[in-house]
Design a protein around this ligand. Structure first.
Ligand code: SF4
Length: 262
């Protein structure tokens, strides 16, 4: 049985992309090889946190034979896949859409993620992976256990890694694998003020012909970062450009920050 490090395991609403507002159980895996300057989950970058925080978001029994975990509790890391699956049962609700494997970066623990995803499917749950696509090899090893993949494409200006070409190649390969294996594939690009339009055009051209949803997500700036938030005219221009190459283009901000949920 595999084990790994998880920062948080909780029930909430999806806050990004076309499934925004859908109830999910989030497994936030620890660690990430990138360092995007706008990262909104810096605490999840710690690769070996001592404790995982577990919480639900309601006060009722969940009617699946377990009481909701409405209060936070802390579980020692590393956690076994068996324990994670037990917690999924506790956090399961009737409105549940899927289990989201997020981070940090879930591909960091590919074998552990795969074992949990396999067990979740046996519980008749759907699996949704949110990844920065840093390793196409790791992604290929687990993709068949997933129904949805949300894969980021990082722009040069995000300063995610020191080897942009390798990073981009892996992202594109993950997207291609997900689309070809029949997953519902969402490609997300975080857009900043003054995002280079040529760069978006190149990405769109590279994605032509793939069955994907293309999400432009304006960065959510805190007070210190307000000057990096793109203007509405910029978003219209980028969306129109993307629409010239791709069928399913959408501009969706992070909604969980408006709802003040994790
Ligand atoms: S890939 Fe995600 S978790 Fe990693 S640094 Fe970038 S925004 Fe943060």
């Amino acid at each position: 049985m595999k084990s790994g490090y998880i920062t948080e395991l909780f029930s909430s609403f999806q806050g990004e992309g076309p499934y925004v507002g859908r109830r999910q159980i989030f497994i936030r895996f620890a660690g990430c090889p990138y360092s995007c300057f706008y990262c909104d989950t810096p605490s999840a970058k710690e690769p070996k946190p001592g404790l995982c925080t577990v919480f639900g978001n309601a006060e009722h029994n969940n009617s699946f034979g377990k009481a909701f975990l409405s209060k936070k509790r802390f579980i020692e890391n590393p956690m076994s896949s068996h324990l994670v699956l037990e917690l999924l049962t506790e956090l399961r609700t009737h409105d549940l859409h899927s289990v989201s494997y997020t981070g940090g970066e879930p591909l960091f623990y590919a074998a552990f993620v795969k074992e949990i995803a396999k067990g979740a499917r046996e519980m008749h749950l759907k699996n949704y992976i949110e990844t920065n696509g840093y390793s196409a090899r790791a992604f290929a090893s687990l993709v068949d256990h997933f129904d949805f993949a949300s894969i980021d494409i990082k722009l040069r200006s995000h300063q995610a890694s020191t080897d942009y070409d390798k990073q981009y190649k892996n992202e594109l390969e993950c997207i291609r694998i997900a689309a070809e294996r029949g997953l519902e594939t969402i490609v997300k690009v975080v857009v900043l003020k003054d995002t280079a339009i040529d760069e978006i055009e190149k990405i769109c051209k590279d994605l032509v012909g793939l069955n994907i949803k293309f999400v432009l997500q304006p960065v959510t700036g805190d007070r210190a970062q307000r000057d990096i938030v793109p203007g509405i005219k910029e978003l219209f221009a980028i969306s129109e450009l993307a629409g010239a190459f791709l069928h399913d283009v959408m501009v969706i901000p992070q909604v969980h920050k408006i709802l003040h949920v994790p």
